[in-house]
Design a protein around this ligand. Structure first.
Ligand SMILES: Cc1cc2nc3c(=O)[nH]c(=O)nc-3n(C[C@H](O)[C@H](O)[C@H](O)COP(=O)(O)OP(=O)(O)OC[C@H]3O[C@@H](n4cnc5c(N)ncnc54)[C@H](O)[C@@H]3O)c2cc1C
Length: 223
């Protein structure tokens, strides 16, 4: 783990409260793509963000701006050229380099590590059977839809289901990602990667275990 200066070099507002933020680093910190970095905003204020993608010296995050938050507004409202002190890399939410078909289940800010794990699965050519089950509240909260569909083109069998817990629209599933976890839906998958709110992660793990998935094949991170 290293302490580095990260310079904001690119910023895109993806939705009303989600930002794609790219930072340039002075050296390559040799990260695994699903790890996270921690901003040291003040001596008493550290905030962690998963790395959505990494390319040589550029590191991209997907950050939700919590309007009354202490940290995320400072990160999302920063201007190009602003410099932050960060610790990188951190975390053990590890993608297994196995040929076992993989299912990724997430909500909200849990997007970033799952996105990098799916990218890594494609890059490593380890399995052709992948599912991405992702939930947000409203239609306005959806982002990266086309990017995910393009990513799916790299797999022989890619299932992408987008859930909306508070909206209804053709082509989207209503309610919760945990509703997707049924015997029939999970039968082709052997490893499960879950990231999102503690409640969703708990419910997803419980359902998977009730359906006979061994704990050793369920990997998760919650925040
Ligand atoms: C390992 C790890 C990886 C993380 N990766 C990401 C990531 O990729 N993207 C990302 O956006 N965040 C991520 N987080 C969460 C992030 O670290 C902060 O907790 C989050 O940005 C809120 O910080 P804040 O200082 O703005 O809010 P705080 O001042 O900590 O909280 C303010 C209020 O907002 C509420 N709140 C906190 N988080 C949320 C939320 N997600 N939705 C709604 N209300 C919330 C709190 O309960 C509190 O009431 C990650 C956390 C961890 C531990």
């Amino acid at each position: 783990m290293k302490k580095l200066s990260a310079t904001l070099v690119h910023k895109i507002q993806l939705t009303h409260d989600v930002y794609e933020l790219t930072y340039s680093l002075p050296e390559n910190p040799s990260i695994a793509p699903w790890q996270y970095m921690m901003f040291q905003l003040e001596p008493w204020l550290n905030r962690s963000y998963s790395i959505a993608s990494f390319s040589w010296l550029n590191c991209t995050l997907i950050v939700k701006r919590i309007s009354d938050g202490k940290g995320s507004p400072r990160i999302c409202d920063a201007s190009i050229g602003d410099i932050f002190q960060i610790m990188i890399p951190l975390g053990h939410f590890i993608l297994k380099a196995t040929s076992i078909p993989k299912c990724f289940i997430g909500t909200g800010t849990g997007f970033a590590p799952l996105f990098s794990q799916i990218n890594a699965t494609a890059d490593m050519w380890i399995t052709d059977i992948v599912a991405f089950i992702f939930g947000v509240r409203n239609i306005d909260d959806i982002f990266y839809e086309d990017i995910i569909r393009d990513l799916g083109e790299g797999f022989l069998n890619f299932k992408y289901e987008q859930y909306l817990s508070r909206d209804e629209k053709d082509g989207y599933r209503k309610w919760y990602v945990t509703d997707w976890i049924t015997k029939e839906n999970i039968e082709n998958f052997g490893e499960f990667y879950i990231c999102g709110s503690p409640i969703m992660v708990r419910d997803a793990r419980t359902k998977l275990e009730e359906l006979g998935i061994q704990k050793d094949n369920i990997f998760f991170e919650q925040f």
